[in-house]
Design a protein around this ligand. Structure first.
Ligand code: GDP
Ligand code: MN
Length: 387
């Protein structure tokens, strides 16, 4: 998951790297030196595309920000506009770190030629250092990177803070890439991250259950954010291009294997899947928590909700009770649009509970799938046309 610049900067700041004073427009930081108006898009090269604008007066900030807000920068939507105090730049450096899969470690990269695409910088002007994961960033490696940046000795403390801060951001936040381009030296002798490009490892989401605050998952729907808050795995297809055609099915299962097999079975039958949830141990956290997960499931705004669960150790009854709780909440779908297949421990009492709630139940995957497809056909406008 890529972060927007301002989200990335919040992470850098958390790890001790200085960033310029900034705020999301219509807020505006104090500045005695003018501002930079920065379009927040999930792609680089904004400067060249007119996404980085200077403003010397507050009125100009508002004019330029209003012009950028909600538009497209090339092919990229402008998610927000970030206003920063303009820096008085003495030099622009390049500094980045990434997970180097070929070398099995984190590699840090530095160059005195910053502010341009690193691809355009000759190899001879780039220093790269592999970090042993067991040892971490060593003092001599900081020295090597520092030499590449040809920075003055009086900046030693700031340089070390930037380097270890970037390394910690990469490792502690489970990022795949952290790029500061440019790392700016101001005329006043301060080192600041003037830009930030961060990509987080999606597979590490479960290691950061508290990830919230300024770091929103920019491209994510409210559904995905809710899944993360509840510590379950969500799939949201609704923003894909082309969007799933109605009628759509949402799928909730336990275990990635069963959930994805159910997903594939529906998709291969020619019905669109709008999204899915893998319960991911939610049942262990009780009926009330699981009911919250099912409420999140209903956020997928599907025509049919298909629950397919198989528990050999835990009782399926808790899942049935959670469904009943969630069905009474505002925003719950009609009973005829919920199809349940549950197997395993206490299956029979689950069957009774689900049926009492008025939802379709079958212990058979075939029967449950046929039901899903029958409801889909009954809702399909094309089927009604007889075409
Ligand atoms: P990118 O084009 O998407 O990488 O956006 P950046 O945030 O890296 O900005 C591009 C360029 O704009 C930088 O390399 C700087 O030359 C310039 N720039 C950005 N912020 C400032 C600033 O505060 N002051 C000045 N003078 N220039 C800036
Ligand atoms: Mn940049």
């Amino acid at each position: 998951m890529k972060l927007l610049e301002y989200e990335g900067k919040a992470l850098l700041a958390k790890h001790g790297i200085s960033i310029p004073a900034g705020a999301l427009w219509p807020e505006c930081p104090a500045s005695g030196n003018g501002w930079v108006v920065k379009a927040q898009v999930l792609a680089g090269g904004r400067g060249k595309k007119g996404g980085i604008l200077l403003a010397s007066e507050r009125k100009e900030v508002d004019e330029k920000a209003a012009r950028l807000k909600g538009t497209m920068l090339g092919t990229e939507p402008v998610h927000a506009v970030y206003i920063e105090q303009k820096l008085d730049i003495a030099h622009e450096y390049y500094f980045a770190g990434f997970v180097n899969r070929d070398r099995g470690c984190v590699t840090l990269v530095a160059s005195a030629a910053g502010g341009v695409d690193i691809e355009q910088v000759p190899k001879s002007q780039i220093e790269s250092v592999d970090i042993d994961p067991l040892i971490g960033l060593a003092g001599f490696q900081i020295q090597r990177l520092k030499r590449a940046l040809t920075l003055e000795a009086q900046l030693d403390k700031q340089i070390a803070a930037v380097m270890s801060g970037l390394y910690r951001t990469l490792v502690d936040e489970d990022a795949e890439l952290v790029e500061i381009n440019p790392l700016v030296l101001t005329r006043a002798g301060q080192l600041l991250a003037a830009d930030a490009k961060i990509a987080l490892d999606d597979d590490a989401v479960s290691r950061h259950p508290g990830r919230s605050g300024p770091v929103a998952w920019a491209t994510d729907s409210a559904f995905m954010q809710r899944c993360r808050a509840l510590d379950v795995i969500g799939v949201d297809n609704r923003n894909r291009m082309p969007p799933p055609a109605r009628p759509t099915v949402a799928i909730l299962g336990n275990g990635a294997g069963l959930t994805m097999a159910t997903y594939d079975q529906i998709a291969l039958s020619g019905v669109s899947v709008s999204g899915a949830i893998e319960l991911h141990g939610a049942l262990a956290r009780g009926v009330a928590h699981t009911a919250e997960v099912i409420r999140a499931f209903f956020m997928l705004d599907a025509d049919i909700y298909f629950i397919n669960a198989f528990y050999q150790l835990r009782s399926t009854e808790a899942l049935a009770q959670a469904l009943v709780q969630a069905m009474t909440s505002p925003g719950a779908p009609g009973r005829e649009r919920v199809v349940v297949r549950m197997r395993g421990v206490e299956q029979h009492s689950s069957e009774r509970i689900v049926k009492e709630a008025g939802c379709f139940y079958s212990p058979s995957l075939r029967e449950a799938t046929e039901r899903v497809l029958a409801v889909a056909r009954s809702l399909d406008p094309r089927a009604k046309d007889g075409s």
